[in-house]
Design a protein around this ligand. Structure first.
Ligand code: HPA
Length: 284
């Protein structure tokens, strides 16, 4: 049998000089652009962002540096309520990478190499829909991509057009919504919407008031900087991908004020997300 292509991705545990073997799975994957066979697993990966650079509550954390053909990625394996999972801080550890510099291709491949078979992406966002509170959670069902100049695809040398009609995985979204409903029953303060349109801006600057008005006309509900191309690349690699966003500021021009990030709201919203993720793994 030919050498599995995923072996081209090396995985290190911190402090070790030699690569540790990857969890192989029989699921088809395409690390390096070719398909290989890997053993069946179900392993949730959480990608954390601003305000969620660490995952409090995860036990048995093992930091890893995963080498992919696109670059080296820091991530952690651990367990949440006894369920193994992976955690990848997309801005790095310590967080240094702005949204347009993040190596999205390496991140997705590093998760595949460590056995992930679904991704929940946590993002901090601004509001576009004026009726959204801060904090409020949104489990988006749609996306509009306003980014430019980012590497968007694994298919640089062949014609390949993936379908992205429904950018977020429907099953994963539904499970997140059910988890949020459950958490809301025990914490009525928790606010969330079960759908919404995420407008992904290039950044790193925030928007002008006119840009936020335009996003509203376009149909966006929330605005962030990191869902794209993360979502596309996960789809190209056949990994179910869903998002959960917390509003941390009113979009530019709303309230006739300059943008003001509400750190208390961010902390509260991220606590809600942690609860929802704990519930999610216990419902699986
Ligand atoms: N705009 C874009 N991205 C963001 C914002 C915003 O207002 N808040 C948090 N991420």
């Amino acid at each position: 049998m030919a050498t599995p292509n995923c072996c081209r991705v090396r995985c290190f545990t911190f402090g070790e000089a030699t690569p540790v073997p990857l969890a192989l799975s029989l699921r088809e994957t395409a690390v390096g652009g070719r398909v290989s066979l890997r053993e069946a697993t179900t392993l949730l990966a959480i990608i954390g962002g601003t305000g969620f650079g660490e995952f409090a509550g995860v036990q048995d954390i093992e930091p890893q540096q995963v080498e992919t053909e696109f670059g080296s990625v820091y991530l952690e394996s651990g367990a949440l309520n006894g369920t193994p999972l992976l955690f990848l801080p997309r801005h790095g550890n310590p967080p240094r990478l702005p949204p347009h510099i993040i190596n999205y291709r390496a991140n997705i491949d590093a998760l595949i190499a460590t056995g992930a078979d679904k991704i929940i992406a946590v993002t901090a966002v601004g509001t576009v829909d004026e009726s959204l509170c801060v904090p409020e959670l949104v489990i988006p069902d749609q996306l509009i991509d306003y980014t430019y100049g980012r590497v968007q695809t694994y298919y640089d040398d062949e014609l390949h057009h993936i379908d992205l009609t429904f950018p977020y995985d429907q099953t994963l979204r539904q499970q997140l919504v059910e988890s949020a409903i459950k958490c809301q029953k025990s914490n009525p303060k928790l606010l969330f919407r079960n759908k919404g349109v995420y407008g992904c801006l290039q950044g790193p600057r925030l928007e002008t008031a006119a840009e936020i008005r335009r996003l509203r006309i376009d149909g966006c509900d929330i605005v962030g900087m990191t869902a794209m191309p993360e979502c596309t690349l996960a789809r190209e690699r056949h990994l179910p991908y869903a998002g959960i966003s917390v509003t941390i500021n009113a979009g530019a021009g709303i309230n006739q004020k300059v943008v003001d990030i509400d750190h208390t709201a961010m902390d509260e919203g991220m606590t809600w997300i942690r609860d929802i993720l704990s519930t999610f793994v216990s419902l699986e």
